[in-house]
Design a protein around this ligand. Structure first.
Ligand code: HEC
Ligand code: HEC
Ligand code: HEC
Ligand code: HEC
Ligand code: HEC
Ligand code: HEC
Ligand code: HEC
Ligand code: HEC
Ligand code: HEC
Ligand code: HEC
Ligand code: HEC
Length: 410
């Protein structure tokens, strides 16, 4: 092995001897001050050879240029490889302890879902130890635009996380509004995995401290969607969650966590009626019987009234609340958004008309009762009529057979 060649500048012999003196002095100090700080070039004399392998045949080459450009480039090799103190160094070199210099990150990682240091070494997210760049550098594995791919190494189809029984998250995310904004538009402020989960202290959603625990989700999304969160908090659902009633919906119940769609897209508008309806089953079934829903379910026609067109999506309130858009005092305005010239008599129409509920819809109730009675009496009449007709025709057949004219069924 030849040491890496370095550029030499011609200098006078007087200066050379002065330099030699200094060099000897520095060397002496370095020798006395243990541990010896070896410069990268010393190690790269051997490890800079791209084809270098260890006795087991694995590559032990280090790209000196990339290392120099990395954030640790100014550190000597053996600030990390602390047990290499000279040459030849021992064949077995101890694993690097990143936590010696980054104790905060290491401690957070220990308390997280990625606690197992064999499965989740720092390099599992930060990439090659010799090529780490600052998180603000576009080449960093944890630069906002690169985070989804980094986490997706394990959280995708057949990834390591799926073998632990977790959903495959990456494919859903990357097709979502956030994933699209990030990967196609390069929008740095769009939510990446880290925005919602954190980085080193990631907790399971079952942990009440987790930003993805149900009760904390509005705050997590609200970091960016502040106005919508404020509206949501004023509404009946937000108030219920704030009181600890986890039956009410949070952002991800209606939008999902990873497959978030643009809510004006028909794909969202078509699927979301069942979303409100999952919890409000009675209102959903009555809505389904009425004109607005029948329209909506006709071959992709989506410009009809969905639950939130009448109720609001975030600031949802009980009918009795004067601020509710479905409070009787506000119906002319609410319905008028779509029905030009809607007046007091128009808004008498009941969007949740329930023919089985005599108190809520008395007119409908009695019409239904009358129609049912009519149906039953008509059916009864026809059944009796048919039975009598069969008896009569059988009687005629038997009579005709007795008089010798039977057997001809042409
Ligand atoms: C004279 C050549 C030479 C120099 C100089 C040298 N090494 Fe090595 N190093 C080797 C060889 C050969 C091996 C492979 C040992 C084996 O067969 O497993 C090795 C192995 C290693 C390993 C372990 C790789 C593994 O298999 O896990 C590390 C880490 C390492 N060297 C770091 C350094 C550092 C840091 C320096 C500078 C302070 C340095 N080396 C300087 C030749 C050298
Ligand atoms: C920021 C800390 C850090 C610095 C600085 C560093 N290394 Fe490493 N190095 C690591 C880590 C981490 C590994 C992975 C194995 C381990 O955990 O010990 C590693 C692995 C190695 C290996 C084994 C082969 C491989 O690539 O896995 C060699 C050889 C090596 N380093 C040489 C060097 C040389 C030469 C330098 C200086 C040019 C250097 N290292 C600087 C952290 C560092
Ligand atoms: C599960 C993936 C993951 C693992 C494992 C991981 N990191 Fe990080 N790390 C990140 C992400 C993501 C960021 C960027 C955070 C941000 O943008 O605020 C980051 C940022 C950092 C930073 C910059 C300062 C900061 O906290 O934002 C340091 C230093 C760091 N990590 C060190 C480490 C060390 C040391 C380890 C191992 C003990 C480690 N990381 C393990 C994902 C990880
Ligand atoms: C000898 C001390 C030391 C060791 C060991 C060390 N680092 Fe660093 N690291 C630093 C210093 C110094 C910086 C630059 C100052 C800063 O931003 O914290 C840095 C910066 C970083 C950054 C970028 C921080 C940012 O602002 O984005 C990451 C990521 C990082 N280190 C990860 C690691 C990982 C992973 C390991 C183990 C493989 C490791 N470090 C080992 C000293 C160390
Ligand atoms: C907009 C916020 C947000 C973003 C971005 C996000 N998540 Fe999530 N994630 C959540 C929430 C909230 C949950 C809680 C469970 C739920 O409601 O589905 C969750 C749950 C999870 C789970 C647990 C799934 C399970 O099966 O229990 C994993 C794993 C996960 N996320 C990984 C990721 C990864 C990897 C990324 C990036 C590709 C990511 N998340 C991006 C908010 C987010
Ligand atoms: C090296 C593979 C790997 C990487 C990289 C990785 N994860 Fe994980 N992650 C796992 C595994 C495996 C588990 C399951 C841990 C367990 O249950 O023991 C997990 C668990 C999780 C969970 C907890 C799910 C739950 O509710 O139990 C979340 C959330 C999560 N990871 C998010 C992330 C995010 C965000 C990133 C990127 C910053 C990331 N992961 C990077 C492998 C990885
Ligand atoms: C880090 C900031 C951030 C976080 C956290 C965040 N978002 Fe977003 N979100 C954005 C940005 C930026 C856009 C705009 C993307 C675009 O228009 O291309 C967006 C778009 C959306 C959209 C599409 C509608 C629109 O206004 O463009 C919905 C719906 C949405 N986010 C819901 C959520 C939900 C639910 C959560 C929590 C689970 C969440 N977001 C967390 C930044 C964030
Ligand atoms: C009960 C279901 C529900 C909950 C809970 C909910 N949303 Fe929405 N969200 C919707 C619907 C429905 C729309 C479509 C509204 C429209 O088209 O007028 C929407 C629209 C949006 C939009 C697009 C901008 C807009 O106003 O049209 C964003 C961004 C958004 N929601 C984020 C959030 C965030 C953040 C939370 C939690 C704080 C949240 N949502 C809670 C149902 C919900
Ligand atoms: C996860 C279940 C869930 C989903 C999804 C849901 N809600 Fe609710 N909703 C509730 C609960 C629980 C309450 C009662 C809150 C309270 O009063 O404490 C409620 C209350 C209401 C109220 C007030 C009337 C009352 O009975 O107190 C209206 C109106 C309402 N929701 C409409 C909607 C609309 C519109 C959607 C869809 C955009 C929706 N809800 C989605 C659970 C849900
Ligand atoms: C065309 C407008 C309109 C649509 C669409 C609509 N609603 Fe209503 N909703 C109303 C009106 C008006 C009332 C008050 C009169 C009543 O109770 O029938 C109401 C009442 C309610 C109530 C009871 C509120 C209370 O304070 O008791 C709930 C819950 C509700 N709707 C949920 C839904 C759900 C879920 C959907 C979608 C499946 C939906 N609504 C669709 C207009 C609408
Ligand atoms: C988001 C828009 C939208 C809102 C809000 C809305 N509707 Fe409709 N409605 C429609 C559409 C579209 C039709 C079908 C086209 C038509 O006939 O005008 C329709 C049809 C109707 C019909 C049957 C046809 C007709 O015009 O006589 C009635 C009755 C009706 N709506 C009542 C209401 C009432 C009452 C409200 C308020 C509680 C309301 N609508 C709110 C969009 C809306």
């Amino acid at each position: 092995m030849t040491p890496a060649a370095c550029k030499r500048i011609p200098i006078s012999s007087a200066r050379l001897s002065r330099l030699a003196l200094w060099a000897a002095l520095v060397a002496a100090v370095a020798f006395l001050a243990a541990p010896v700080r070896l410069v990268a070039q010393d190690c790269l004399a051997c490890h800079g050879d791209a084809s270098m392998t260890n006795s087991a045949g694995h590559s032990i080459a280090v790209d000196g240029k990339k290392f120099e450009q990395s954030i640790h480039g100014a550190l000597g090799c053996n600030t990390c490889h602390a047990d290499v103190k000279g040459y030849p160094h021992p064949e077995k070199v101890a694993p690097v302890q990143c936590e010696k210099c980054h104790a905060d990150q290491a401690n957070q990682l220990k308390g997280s879902v990625h606690t197992d240091s064999k499965d989740h070494p720092c390099t599992s997210c930060h990439g090659s130890a010799h090529e780490i760049t600052p998180k603000t550098d576009p080449t960093s594995a944890v630069y906002p635009l690169n985070v989804p791919k980094t986490c997706g190494n394990c959280h995708a189809n057949n990834g390591m996380a799926q073998k632990h029984g977790l959903d495959s998250v990456y494919p859903n995310y990357i097709d979502s509004i956030h994933g699209f904004a990030l990967s196609k538009e390069g929008l740095l402020v769009a939510a990446n995995c880290q925005s919602c989960h954190g980085s080193h202290g990631i907790l399971s959603r079952k942990d009440p401290q987790s930003p993805t625990h149900k009760a904390n989700i509005p705050v997590t999304c609200g970091k960016c969607h502040a106005k919508i969160n404020a509206n949501y908090q004023m509404g009946v659902h937000g108030q219920a969650i704030a009181k600890g009633d986890l039956n009410a919906p949070v952002c991800s119940d209606c939008h999902t966590a990873h497959a978030i769609l643009q809510p004006t897209e028909s794909a969202f508008r078509m699927q979301s009626t069942p979303i409100c309806g999952n919890c409000h089953k009675d209102k959903f079934s009555t809505y389904r019987d009425t004109f607005h829903s029948q329209l909506g379910s006709l071959g992709g026609y989506v410009e009809t009234a969905r639950c939130w067109d009448c109720h609001e999506a975030h600031d949802v309130r009980p009918t009795a609340d004067p601020a509710s858009p479905v409070n009787p005092a506000n119906l002319v305005v609410t319905c008028g958004r779509c029905h030009n010239g809607a007046n007091l008599s128009f808004v008498q129409y009941q969007p949740h008309a329930n023919a089985n509920d005599r108190k809520l819809s008395p007119g409908l109730y009695f019409v239904r009762l009358f129609m049912n009675l009519l149906l039953i009496s008509v059916l009864t009449f026809f059944i009796i009529h048919t039975i009598l007709w069969i008896i009569r025709s059988r009687y005629n057949q038997v009579k005709a057979g007795k008089s010798g004219n039977g057997g001809n069924h042409a």
